[in-house]
Design a protein. Sequence first.
Length: 419
Amino acid sequence: MKKTLLQGIVGLTAILSFGTQASEQLEDYTLEQVVVFSRHGLRAPLASPNSTLGKVTPNSWPQWDTPASYLTTRGGVLESYFGHYFSEWLVDNKLLAANDCPSKNDVYIYTNSLQRTIATGQFFSVGAFPGCNIPVIHKEKLGTMDPVFFPVIRDGSPEFKQAAIASINQTADIKGIEGLNEKLGKAYQDMSKIINYPQSSNCLTDKQCDFTKLPTQLIIEKGKEPGVTGPLRTGTSIADAFILQYYEGAPLKDIAWGKIKNNQQFEQLVAIKEHYNTVLFGSPIIAKQVAAKLTQYIDHSFSEKKNQHKFTLLVGHDSNVASLFSAMQIKSYTLPEQFETTPIGGKIVFQKWRNNKNGEAFMKIEYFYQSTDQIRNLSQLNRNNPPHKVTLEMENCPINAMGFCSFATFKQTIKNIAK
């Protein structure tokens, strides 16, 4: 895939460097603490003959050697490479010592209680701290969602439901979710052709033969994730399966049964998934509620208490990233050489720095991620071949030329979100 794929999908980013733009140098600051929120690594898709995906096409989905939704072996290797790079980055920035196992007070790894998130934390730890006994903490029974990472509706009132649906519709399009479906009409039609929908079980057995007209309904229920039925949801699952095939290194002739012929087609399909996450988890009313526990955790991680961990890794999902970014009011950004805005294995890196001269504390937020080529080619990451990164900015915490915003402002802003 060329680097032009999906560039521009969400506007311009502020990519900042510590070069001649900055009047001060990084050496004038000390890195005191890092909290990373990571999306889990490369997993197997949710496709089987009896699944929703199995019923939308007569074609056979490829069989993976990993159970559906589990981190793949390749995903584990990629995550260990990311861990290796982070160990070098932490040493280079003098937060951890080289060639020493960090203590349990230095490093804390906490994941959602699903296989793919736990395994992501484990492989990261192996890559970052080989031979060291770093526990990977998950607090619920395996296969159960941890409340910190579970983006569920917690308000069951009719008033909240009405406000949430209005927020989703406003985020979707001037004409609401139906307007978004109209906007994505060509993408849905192309997808219908790729999967040969007219010959699917949905059409032949259930007589639902127009992919673009699948019934659409917004689902806002206490104790459940926000949901939607129809082509946006089904199209997201299909696009996700194709993306995962590409990341897993499948030959291009085997991805989507060889029917994706160019970047424009792939861009259209990925856009369905991007809109799904933005609309369902990024609409402001939803985001503030479903991201509350995660923002509280990040806030507490940066408290002024003594013996805070120097490095914390949290592992969750792209829905967490979408809701967190919306709640924090992260300005529009793009990820060059990636076709997702919340890519597999991508890491939001919250960094607390302190000015050595006057003692003032600052926050810097960067998105570290592997490019599509780095994922597909199983590229090792290190100082000479680092992951990509962009600097992020919150609307209410302006950054300087070095990408720093006031730590006090960051704390107050995130406290307001976490209320």
